[in-house]
Design a protein around this ligand. Structure first.
Ligand SMILES: NC(=O)c1ccc[n+]([C@@H]2O[C@H](COP(=O)([O-])OP(=O)(O)OC[C@H]3O[C@@H](n4cnc5c(N)ncnc54)[C@H](OP(=O)(O)O)[C@@H]3O)[C@@H](O)[C@H]2O)c1
Length: 255
């Protein structure tokens, strides 16, 4: 589906700074050499991160679109890649369409935005492909839609459950706490940016996620390890708590 908000003002585009490049080079395998020599796809002094979107619907299309506009190459995937023609056409040359396998092969970082009940199938069909991959997980588990796996996520924690299915992935929960329309409206907010809660166990993956949250036009707040991700999933106290970093931290402190 197309991004419904206007293109980001070029003046607001954020290309990654030198510190961010060094950080990403350490955290993303294979990025180091490119980061130092400018890389074929780099723009200005920044180093783009190759992002694969798995599930290019409302949230995948919106957040992936914001990353394209900040200078990252994004491969949007679908089980029917031809259906993404319009989305990638509107986003321009940094956007491509392909299969889920294409997105996994292409990416330094994956953005997961499918219904939660797609996880067992994604896991089986791409067994072994997740090992060492940074996966930013925006899914939510909804009992009416996702069935039994939602009970499992409720019981064991949603971040832990994603990590179980995507064996070996460096999972960071991110971009799931509010709706796609909110992300489309609130990115690069004037004044204090909107805080996006994230959680994960891998420190380097968390740093990459923080940078990608900033590149999308928000400010990250690390809530804690993967097990703490339920705090900002549906039913958690931080779900849909839209506000500044200060406001988010106040709400975290109040629990
Ligand atoms: N929409 C929101 O506001 C929002 C906000 C926060 C979090 N979330 C969460 O994000 C996830 C996606 O929500 P959405 O609203 O963006 O859904 P959506 O618009 O329906 O998009 C989901 C996409 O997932 C793909 N998909 C479905 N089953 C798949 C499978 N087995 N393997 C691979 N791809 C599959 C579909 O693409 P193809 O059919 O083209 O393959 C579809 O375009 C959900 O877990 C939701 O709870 C949504």
């Amino acid at each position: 589906m197309p991004i419904t908000e206007p293109a980001v003002d070029p003046g607001r585009r954020r290309l990654l700074g030198a510190g961010a490049i060094a950080m990403l080079a350490l955290a993303v395998p294979g990025l180091g050499a490119c980061a130092q020599d400018g890389g074929a796809g780099s723009r200005g002094n920044g180093q783009p991160v190759k992002i694969g979107v798995v599930g290019s619907g409302r949230i995948g299309g919106t957040i992936g679109g914001l990353w394209v506009k900040s200078g990252h190459p994004v491969l949007f995937s679908s089980r029917h890649p031809e259906s993404l023609k319009r989305l990638v056409g509107e986003l321009g040359p940094l956007a491509r369409a392909g299969t889920v396998a294409d997105a996994i092969a292409f990416s330094d970082v994956l953005f997961l935005a499918t219904p939660y009940n797609a996880l067992p199938q994604l896991s089986e069909q791409n067994a072994g492909a997740w090992k060492g991959k940074i996966v930013l997980d925006a899914t939510n588990a909804i009992a009416q839609r996702d069935g039994a796996i939602a009970d499992e996520a409720q019981r064991n924690g949603i971040g832990i459950t994603t990590g179980k299915y995507l064996a070996g992935a460096r999972v960071v929960r991110a971009f799931n706490f509010m709706g796609a329309a909110n992300f489309a409206k609130e990115h690069h907010r004037e004044g204090d940016r909107v805080a996006v809660p994230i959680a994960g166990d891998d420190a380097a993956a968390l740093r990459v996620a923080e940078q990608l949250v900033r590149d999308a036009g928000f400010e990250p707040v690390v809530v804690g390890p993967l097990a703490s991700a339920d705090k900002f999933a549906p039913g958690g106290p931080l779900f849909r708590q839209i506000g500044s970093v200060e406001e988010m931290r106040r709400k975290m402190g109040a629990q």
